[in-house]
Design a protein around this ligand. Structure first.
Ligand code: NAD
Ligand code: MG
Length: 402
């Protein structure tokens, strides 16, 4: 039996991980489940999966969960806060850690799992965007196994040469080709983008995902974050990473080799495939995903991304080129801007505007430590929060609509 900690178990990836685990009852045991503050969802998961530990990031939620767990006579220890998250990520009895918290909040627990030498299934791309070098160093020092769960990176991992390399060219790789669905607004004009509401942005054509990543997919920031993620995972320079829009989301990504071959991984767009791949690696197990019917798909299309209409992708390349703390600044600014958009405090097109402004105003520094990155993350959040407060357009719209 292999024991699994699921960081962010109440989220989309967390639930899909539990789905795959339930298909292999003798093989995996749930050691710990964690969530931010949704006590009801956590209680339900606790009753169903009987983990040893349940962690709530929010202290009040942990107190409530503790009462409910006692009332229901469940034999589960409840922990709280980032200390609780790191404790279950690094616990000696855990073999596998699914890192599926959304945003920068996922960094410290993922880092704890890396230092403790776990098999890490990394869905939380923000960890690599914020602290790529430090995280990859921790994986190496802790002798952890890092398996990308993001569907594109999982696809690349599957078709990449297995031998170690210091330069991608040494193993014959010409380029990594990240596919992007293009999101729900692929064909939109600038004027139409101006009118995008949270409800529209939350409808992704191919994937079912949490709110933040769904909005990121629509702005192409998700692809931008994935470019930075690919840089760290595969030691790829920015010019070795190409983004291709592929609306069907059937090819999850590709690797182009110097001999002219392109290797791709295909499948139905369902995260249970990369999750099952990560859980069982290097074996393969059933995931519950329906086999892909190429006849039903019939047509695969490709086009270049439009970074004029979707500047977030370009901003991510810029941040990667600037290096140091620039990607962490971009990531923090994006989290605040997306949350403000979802609360209808800002317009859709304010998201790239705010990111561009933040990157221009906050200078990138060399990365020295996690503490420094966390301070810069806080600084960028404060900067964007203030910039939003200073904006006059959103309040005007609100007053008029009241
Ligand atoms: P989600 O919003 O559905 O779930 C997020 C989870 O994180 C929840 O369990 C929530 O309780 C927890 N969480 C949120 N804030 C937290 C905090 N401050 N502290 C502790 N826990 C917190 O998100 P998701 O779609 O499952 O995505 C999770 C991660 O996986 C993201 O980094 C996302 O980019 C990545 N990812 C998701 C998909 C997908 O298909 N959903 C695909 C690729 C990568
Ligand atoms: Mg992805």
């Amino acid at each position: 039996m292999q024991y699994v900690t699921i960081l962010g178990s109440t989220g989309t990836i967390g639930q899909q991980t539990l789905d795959v685990i339930s298909q292999h009852p003798g093989r995996y045991g749930v050691f710990a489940l964690t969530a931010h503050s949704n006590v009801e969802a956590m209680l339900q998961q606790c009753a169903q999966y009987q983990p040893r530990y349940a962690v709530m990031q929010d202290a009040e939620a942990a107190r409530l969960l503790q009462q409910r767990v006692q009332a229901e006579q469940l034999n589960i220890e409840v922990l709280a806060g980032v200390e609780g998250l790191t404790a279950v990520a690094a616990h000696a009895e855990v073999g596998i850690v699914m890192a599926a918290i959304v945003g920068a909040a996922g960094l410290l627990p993922a880092l704890a799992a890396a230092k403790a030498g776990k098999k890490i299934l990394l869905a939380n791309k923000e960890t690599l965007v914020m602290a790529g070098q430090l995280f990859m160093d921790a994986v190496k020092q802790g002798q952890a196994t890092l398996l990308p769960i993001d569907s594109e990176h999982n696809a690349i991992f599957q078709v990449m040469p297995r031998q170690a390399y210091s330069d991608l060219r040494d193993v014959g790789v010409n380029q990594i080709i990240l596919t992007a669905s293009g999101g729900p607004f692929r064909g939109y004009t600038q004027a139409q983008l101006q009118e995008v509401t949270p409800a529209l942005a939350l409808k992704h054509p191919n994937w079912v995902m949490g709110a933040k990543i769904t909005v990121d997919s629509s702005t192409l920031m998700n692809k931008g974050l994935e470019v930075i993620e690919a840089h760290w995972l595969f030691d790829a320079r920015p010019e070795q990473i190409e983004v291709v829009v592929h609306p069907q989301s059937v090819i999850h990504s590709m690797v182009s080799y110097v001999d002219g071959s392109i290797l791709a991984q295909l499948g139905n767009p369902d995260m249970r495939t990369p999750i099952a791949y990560g859980l069982a690696y290097p074996e393969r197990i059933a995931s519950g995903v329906k086999p892909l019917s190429l006849i039903e798909v019939a047509k695969l299309e490709f086009e270049a991304p439009d970074t004029q209409r979707f500047p977030c992708l370009r901003l991510a390349y810029d941040a990667l080129a600037a290096g140091g703390t620039a990607p962490a600044i971009l990531n923090a600014a994006n989290e605040v801007a997306v949350a403000a958009f979802l609360r209808e405090q800002i317009e859709y097109l304010d998201i790239p505007r705010l990111l561009e402004m933040t990157l221009q105003q906050l200078p990138a520094e060399q990365v020295q430590s996690i503490e420094q990155l966390l301070a810069i993350d806080a600084e960028a959040r404060a900067f964007v929060t203030q910039a939003i407060a200073n904006m006059t357009t959103a309040p005007v719209r609100k007053v008029v609509s009241v």
